[in-house]
Ligand binder design. Structure first.
Ligand SMILES: Cc1cc2nc3c(=O)[nH]c(=O)nc-3n(C[C@H](O)[C@H](O)[C@H](O)COP(=O)(O)OP(=O)(O)OC[C@H]3O[C@@H](n4cnc5c(N)ncnc54)[C@H](O)[C@@H]3O)c2cc1C
Length: 534
């Protein structure tokens, strides 16, 4: 695997004139940055991160809507190796973006990111055991690919007849139009998911009037928005205690979601929150979900319900079916005159656009392999797609998982796999189909009794008709434990004919030795002393 001296920037040139790197990471969001750092810490320094945008940050770069922030407590939404002095319990997008940038720079991986490079296609070359990529900046080859293109990246645009001809600003909440002057205007908001819950309270005070179109109400829990005093971060014991309490609270909620008969207290807490925030019984009825809590990702807010009670806000419990001139029309016949339309219609979650152009050992696109089910081993490896690792792949997360926690666990697994590949003299590893099948069968069997599958509502958990392609059916602790135990026997290992006679051992390049020294240093950092599974 170490065919040439590592340069840390993945800009080598193979015989064919293509740029090469030992590992290519696609995407420089939270996952891609973590991947580059994890590889470096594992002594794999010939890494390039290909990012189509001009900046790192992914979700937190793209979503600039007012009030955008994280629903997971900040102490659980950070890399374990880079604890940060967050000033509030829940971080907003600006703080997270700054944190990601600073962490990338501190670990020197910002220089490994190649911006403006969109990966268009990737093909496994069975002769050389390398992936051949086609990108907007030319061809690339690599031994291994880490796909970190994100689940909440592709926007969901509703097809609403007449919307294209609307004579005012129309934009998706994830591409907020900061040029549009909404002060004193009539605004139609289409959708009431997590983003609308965050931006509506910010929009309401300056807006003239807001019509909110809700097709399905969400369960909304209270959100404790307390400040984190600087002293907390100076006292590791206190910080650890709070983080531990938050982690175990999340895990306890997870237990309820997996055993729906225990969910009544959680539903009662959400109902009480609604009752306290919304005095009008008619409005409360419209906001009361008709499915079990947890059927969709949990939402927490102390400001959403009060915003809906303001005189300049009107909730319409109906989906939008058409737009005629300036009128936004609901399925129940509601007509709302608007100067601007904001689409809070979310994402095509879990849809991996690259899957249509990612060709494995049989030359079959991953999207075709996944036509009936998105099968992957531990959400990371897919049989027939060697040396390919998906971050936040299928059936890895759930309604409460912190993405950085899951990704870090995945990366420990991925770096174990790659380390064995390079030290064992192999050039390819492929998850055994029987192992993948057994794993997926267990996942789907365990999901049957969870609220994710039984809530009685539609949700993005179901990426394919009738198939929950999103959720991990057990605890976060179990996920971390499973990913910690990399099992070489679960894979077939092989060596490309043309690489078989090449030496894979020998003295380490200087850059690798340096990275390993750093890895050892990092492993002693305070972040490693956290409680919980990290
Ligand atoms: C509004 C919002 C709120 C959220 N709140 C939470 C929360 O509270 N808790 C939580 O755990 N998660 C939350 N999430 C999920 C969030 O997306 C993840 O936590 C995390 O940021 C995902 O990081 P990522 O790097 O995997 O993906 P992304 O952040 O989506 O980054 C993917 C990157 O890949 C790049 N890319 C994509 N395709 C290509 C290509 N073909 N070639 C090159 N580059 C490409 C993109 O430009 C992007 O920079 C939220 C998401 C949204 C949208």
């Amino acid at each position: 695997m170490a065919e040439r001296a590592a340069d840390g920037g993945g800009r080598g040139t193979a015989g064919g004139g293509e740029d090469t790197a030992e590992v290519l990471v696609i995407g420089a969001g939270l996952s891609g940055v973590a991947a580059a750092i994890a590889l470096r810490r594992a002594g794999i320094t010939d890494v390039a991160v290909l990012e189509k945008s001009a900046e790192i940050g992914g979700t937190w770069r793209d979503n600039t809507y007012p009030g955008c922030g994280c629903d997971v407590p900040a102490l659980l939404y950070e890399y374990s190796f880079a604890p940060h002095a967050w000033d509030r319990c829940f971080a907003d997008r600006r703080d997270i973006l700054d944190y990601l940038r600073a962490t990338a720079a501190t670990h020197g991986v910002d220089k490994a990111v190649q911006h403006g490079v969109e990966v268009l296609e990737a093909r496994w070359d069975a002769g050389s055991h390398r992936w051949r990529l086609r990108t907007t900046a030319g061809a690339r080859t690599t031994r291994a690919v880490i796909v970190a293109t994100g689940l909440w990246h592709r926007l969901r645009h509703p097809r609403i007849p007449g919307l294209d001809a609307f004579p005012g600003p129309v934009f998706h909440s994830a591409r907020w139009d900061h040029e549009a002057d909404l002060t004193g205007r009539r605004i139609a908001v289409v959708g009431t998911g997590a983003s609308a819950v965050q931006f509506l309270p910010e929009l309401q005070p300056a807006a003239g009037h807001i019509d909110v179109f809700q097709s399905t109400p969400h369960w909304v829990l209270p959100r404790p928005g307390y400040a984190l005093p600087p002293a907390l971060h100076r006292h590791a014991v206190l910080r650890r205690a709070l983080r531990g309490q938050q982690y175990w609270t999340q895990e306890a909620v997870g237990v309820l979601l997996r055993h729906p008969r225990l969910l009544r207290p959680l539903e009662a807490a959400a109902r009480l929150h609604l009752h306290r925030s919304v005095p009008d019984p008619a409005l409360r009825r419209m906001l009361t979900p008709g499915y079990r809590i947890g059927g969709r990702r949990l939402i927490a807010s102390d400001t959403y319900y009060p915003a809906l009670t303001r005189p300049n806000v009107r909730l319409h419990p109906t989906r939008v079916t058409a737009v005629e001139g300036r009128d936004v029309i609901g399925a129940d016949g509601t007509r709302a005159r608007a100067d601007a339309v904001i689409l809070a219609t979310g994402y095509q979650v879990g849809d991996l656009p690259l899957a249509h152009r990612l060709y494995g050992t049989d030359g079959i696109a991953l999207a075709r392999t996944w036509a009936r089910d998105r099968r992957a081993y531990l959400g990371t490896s897919v049989s027939g797609y060697p040396n390919l690792f998906l971050l936040t792949g299928p059936n890895l997360l759930s309604g409460i998982t912190s993405v950085p926690m899951a990704v870090e666990a995945q990366l420990r697994y991925v770096t174990s796999a790659l380390t064995r590949l390079r030290t064992g003299g192999y050039t390819a590893l492929d998850i055994r189909p029987d192992v993948q099948e057994a794993h997926c069968a267990a996942v789907h069997a365990a999901l049957q009794s969870t609220v994710y599958n039984t809530a009685g509502c539609s949700s993005y958990y179901f990426g394919l008709p009738g198939v929950n392609t999103f959720c991990w059916p057990w605890s976060t602790g179990r996920l971390v434990k499973r990913l910690r135990a990399f099992a070489p026997d679960a894979y077939t290992w092989s060596t490309a004919p043309e690489a078989a006679d090449r030496a894979v051992t020998g003295p380490k390049p200087a850059a690798e030795a340096e990275a390993e020294a750093e890895a050892e240093h990092c492993s002693k950092s305070p972040g490693r002393t956290y409680p919980g599974p990290m």
